[in-house]
Design a protein around this ligand. Structure first.
Ligand code: HEM
Length: 143
């Protein structure tokens, strides 16, 4: 074994890459561009978002989600640094979210993942599963 392998092997074994490292900042940004373009066209979801009343606000929504997901996936805690504790369920309470909204949100995410070649299929599945678990907790209306 060369000294290169001796020094690099423990690092590779000991620190599996986070989802954030696998997806990358550019992959995450591309994903969210695709995602909010779909949300903005979705008849059920769009009316909930401030961007449907002032289209310049889609950029703010995207920026907050990008900051949140960066930390959620194992990258720097940008949302915490910029906005404090996410309190995601509380921050979603002003919006009536039914199981149908959660389903539509996840369908937009699935389609956006499929449109983002920078994200490999295994990472896409892992991300979608993680988001599915969170989306259930955002439901605050029976529907
Ligand atoms: C279940 C369906 C969901 C719906 C219908 C929904 C809807 C919304 C709406 C309408 C906003 C306000 C946007 C704004 O003020 O610019 C928002 C904000 C946000 N959402 Fe969701 N959301 C859902 C699920 C999720 C999930 C699963 C996550 C995280 C994984 C998430 C993360 C966020 C974040 C970080 C914000 C910004 C909070 C803030 O600082 O105001 N949302 N969402």
């Amino acid at each position: 074994m060369t000294s290169d392998r001796l020094t690099s092997a423990p690092l590779t074994l000991g620190s599996p890459q986070s989802l954030y490292e696998r997806i990358g900042a550019e992959g995450l940004h591309a994903l969210l561009e695709h995602f909010y373009a779909r949300v903005a066209r979705d008849p059920l979801l769009a009316p909930l978002f401030p961007g449907s009343r002032d289209s310049s606000l889609w950029a703010t929504t995207l920026e907050k989600q990008e900051a949140f997901l960066t930390g959620f996936l194992g990258g720097p805690p940008l949302y915490h640094q910029r906005y404090g504790h996410p309190r995601l369920r509380a921050r979603h309470l002003p919006f009536p979210i039914t199981p149908a909204h959660a389903g539509a949100w996840l369908a937009c995410m699935r389609a956006a993942l499929n449109e983002t070649p920078q994200i490999d299929a295994a990472s896409a599945d892992e991300l979608h599963q993680a988001l599915s678990r969170v989306a259930v907790h955002m439901v605050n209306q029976p529907g």
